[in-house]
Design a protein around this ligand. Structure first.
Ligand code: 5GP
Length: 114
């Protein structure tokens, strides 16, 4: 989508440090990492939030989880554990209105989330 920061990153208009890419998804390192490992997994098609996901998109969401698993292994956090986060809307703390999964690892996280 025009004027969407993550769509511009996903189509290469804005550079990023890539962790993974295929035809439908780009994963790149967060510019302001909150953990030793902090990667964002973003679909190339625009979805404003997880609320835009419909039944027909379930394969994409499950593909994004597969990529999270693969990156967690590759980046060395699968054994000790990690956190996947999808912030949604204002109360959810979403600051970029394009669906993305945060993969966070390399330290311990508290619960409940602050
Ligand atoms: P949200 O708050 O929407 O869940 O997550 C957005 C994330 O995008 C934040 O963690 C923020 O640091 C990251 N971010 C914002 N702008 C950029 C950017 O231009 N490049 C990269 N790599 N990350 C960004």
């Amino acid at each position: 989508m025009e004027n969407c920061l993550f769509c511009k990153i996903a189509n290469g208009e804005i550079p990023s440090k890539k962790a993974y890419e295929d035809d439908t998804v780009l994963a790149f390192y967060d510019i302001e990492p909150q953990a030793p490992v902090h990667v964002l997994i973003v679909p190339k098609k625009h979805y404003t939030s997880v609320m835009d996901i419909e039944s027909a998109d379930q394969a994409l969401l499950s593909h994004m989880i597969e990529i999270a698993q693969k990156l967690a292994k590759e980046l060395g956090v699968s054994k000790d554990g990690f956190r996947l986060v999808i912030n949604t809307g204002e109360n959810g703390g979403q600051s970029v209105p394009q669906l993305h999964i945060h993969l966070l690892g390399g330290r311990k996280f508290g619960w409940p989330a602050g």
